[in-house]
Design a protein around this ligand. Structure first.
Ligand code: ADP
Ligand code: MG
Length: 230
């Protein structure tokens, strides 16, 4: 599903290049739920943004469903991202003047799906993430946890091959955090969605099947755990 090969990245600042990721190699199989764990500044968001095609790496390859995304031109990549990649942000990134349902439908508008099908799929997903009764409200009328559920539904509407989440519970209290992780685990186990979830919290990472641990841009641990997701 995802292969990262000899991936390195540096940020340029004038003549200076600051290396942030160093020769990373790993694969994520279809249906896996992976936590990308590391302390602040270890390179988690940079790696996630590279894997989601939001930035181009300095070196190496990123293959999603067998296709090297770093080699695609801008138009091809934008199209590929819209149809194959889902993304969940810490700050939800919902559009305030659109209803919950319209927010969830939005990725399909760019794929010119008919309005009736859009509506049906959005309502079904909203029910699946537990807020079927909030469809016609606006984001500001929802709690943080509910807004993140909207963002999760939106990330799934195009039936992506893989979904990336950057600290999806970073703005939430502990109880709501647990509910959102429960939801992601349920979507992984019952709908087979492949997730890569960035977190700096060990307790969150321990609930996934597999932990990729980054420190100072190096992959220092890649461990599979039995009996996680409980
Ligand atoms: P994390 O998400 O693990 O906190 P980041 O990937 O955001 O880490 O950042 C990793 C390192 O890269 C940090 O030292 C950060 O300052 C640096 N960095 C991140 N984004 C940029 C950028 N756009 N330009 C320069 N340096 C950056
Ligand atoms: Mg980050």
């Amino acid at each position: 599903m995802l292969a990262v090969q000899r991936l390195s990245h540096s940020f340029r600042n004038g003549a200076e290049a600051t290396p942030v990721l160093h020769d990373l190699n790993f694969r994520v199989e279809q249906g896996e739920m992976v936590a990308l764990l590391g302390s602040s500044g270890s390179g988690k968001s940079t790696l996630l943004n590279l894997m989601a095609g939001l930035m181009k790496p300095t070196q190496g390859h990123i293959l999603i469903a067998g296709q090297a995304i770093e080699q695609m031109n801008e138009n091809r990549l934008a199209e590929f991202r819209r149809s194959h990649i889902g993304f969940i942000f810490q700050s939800y990134e919902l559009i305030p003047h659109l209803t919950v349902r319209e927010n969830v439908e939005l990725p399909l508008v760019f794929q010119s799906t008919g309005s009736r099908e859009r509506k049906e799929r959005a309502l079904a997903l909203l029910a699946q993430v537990g807020i079927g009764d909030k469809a016609e409200l606006f984001p500001s009328q929802l709690s943080g946890g509910q807004q993140q559920r909207v963002s999760i539904a939106r990330s799934l509407i195009t039936k992506p091959a893989i979904v990336f989440a950057d600290e999806p519970t970073g703005n939430l209290d502990t109880k709501t955090e647990k509910e959102i992780i429960d939801l992601l685990i349920d979507l992984n186990q019952n709908s087979g969605i492949t997730f890569v979830i960035v977190t700096h919290e060990h307790e969150v990472a321990c609930r996934t099947q597999r932990i990729l641990h980054l420190r100072d841009g190096y992959l220092i641990e890649d461990s599979r755990q039995d009996g996680a997701a409980g």
